[in-house]
Write a protein that binds this ligand. Structure first.
Ligand SMILES: [Zn+2]
Length: 230
């Protein structure tokens, strides 16, 4: 149970992909945070400008501490940008700010995958918190029902990770389009934005893949694929 080489067969490649994606996104961001966008607008300016031009007037833009802590809070209707994004006018800052506005627009439009993700979020959170405890406990006392319940909880978290991928890709697609149509940055800067946002997309893909492989491992380990081994 505790040292199963099969675990690394299933999850190992996804972990390597995750590490690669993290290195890639950090590299892309640190490269493009040194290159200023020619319009000299900060991430905050860009966010406010796109929100205004998109006719979204009830979303606030705030600064939040932390590294890569940028996010859109749909409940509070606040777009929170990390200091580097909020204050700087680099290509990386502008790209991340536009991506987060992309989420605000998804919310305003009722974009289906985002709505679905919000609906399953509480169950997915509970599932991911309880899954390991239930599976571990179930395996300890040989209670198959507990293991099953844990796997169902984990599956909910996996669905959340999977639906995150289209939500993120769509926010990035919107970001590039918005920056272009509102003429916020010129075409040559847009290439850098694409590099940064694509790199970020790989981290979501990697997280989803790792979650799926972990689920497949549980299904395999506890005999859901036919041959039960214990
Ligand atoms: Zn996002």
């Amino acid at each position: 149970m505790f040292f199963d080489p099969m675990y690394f067969m299933f999850v190992g490649p996804a972990i390597l992909f995750t590490i690669w994606a993290q290195i890639k996104v950090k590299g892309a961001f640190s490269h493009y945070e040194k290159i200023g966008a020619s319009t000299h607008l900060t991430g905050k300016d860009v966010a406010l400008k796109i929100l205004e031009e998109s006719n979204i007037r009830d979303v606030k833009v705030e600064e939040v501490q932390g590294w890569f802590s940028d996010h859109y809070d749909s409940q509070a209707k606040v777009l929170r940008l990390s200091p580097k994004v909020y204050r700087n006018s680099s290509i990386a800052s502008v790209g991340v700010a536009a991506h987060e506005v992309g989420h605000a627009i998804q919310h305003a439009e009722g974009y289906a995958p985002l709505m679905f993700r919000q609906i399953i979020a509480p169950a997915a959170m509970l599932g991911s918190n309880m899954a390991m405890i239930l599976i571990f406990l179930g395996a300890m006392i040989s209670a198959f029902g507990l293991i099953k319940l844990g796997i169902i909880g984990f599956a909910l978290a996996v669905i959340f990770q999977l639906i995150t991928v289209p939500v993120e890709l769509d926010a990035s697609r919107r970001a590039k389009k918005l920056l272009d149509t509102h003429a916020i940055i010129p075409q040559k800067d847009l290439q850098g934005v694409t590099v940064v946002l694509n790199a970020a997309a790989y981290t979501y893909l990697a997280a989803a893949l790792a979650a799926v492989m972990q689920l497949l491992y549980f299904l395999f380990r506890f005999g859901f694929f036919g041959s039960k081994r214990n």
